[in-house]
Design a protein around this ligand. Structure first.
Ligand SMILES: [Zn+2]
Length: 158
């Protein structure tokens, strides 16, 4: 039943909303206008967070970053991922086996013609990446495939 309801919801969304900006119709604790976001973010950050873009694989310096610390949302500074949950997926995007619970929210992305679990910041709605089920089996089995440009790394203070 749950699945049918979800499909109905998704098709309802697709039929009423031709644009990909689905996250803008929801209410988030942090809400800004397009112009405000443009003024605060770099072009790359805006493209990913606000237009659900994807950076080129292996382009982010955070891809190979394994220093201890926390990865924050580049849009609103909410902590989203911890360094101990980061792993090398070989995909070219920073990958985590789990997020910081409740700081992330999920949607459905059908842009590539099939359904993917999209994930975004629960505070500002900024798009982060996608979740897949081919993560490390010894931990969660999940692979949170995240754009490095959507994140700000905050190193742990020694
Ligand atoms: Zn955010």
């Amino acid at each position: 039943m749950k699945k049918i309801a979800l499909i109905t919801l998704v098709s309802l969304f697709v039929s009423c909303n031709s644009s990909a900006q689905k996250t803008e119709s929801k209410e988030f604790p942090v809400t800004k206008t397009k112009a405000e976001w443009k003024a605060e973010l770099t072009d790359e950050q805006y493209y990913i967070l606000r237009e659900e873009g994807t950076e080129r694989p292996f382009s982010s310096p955070l891809n190979k970053n394994y220093k201890p610390g926390v990865y924050h949302c580049a849009g609103c500074n909410t902590p989203l991922f911890k360094s101990e949950h980061k792993f090398d997926s070989g995909t070219g995007w920073p990958s985590f086996d789990r997020p910081i619970k409740d700081n992330i929210a999920y949607g459905t992305d059908t842009k590539l013609g099939y359904s993917r679990d999209e994930e975004h910041c629960a505070t500002c709605g900024g798009h982060l990446g996608h979740v897949f089920n081919d993560g490390p089996r010894e931990t969660t089995g999940k692979r949170h495939c995240i754009n490095g440009d959507a994140l700000i790394f905050v190193p742990t203070q020694e």
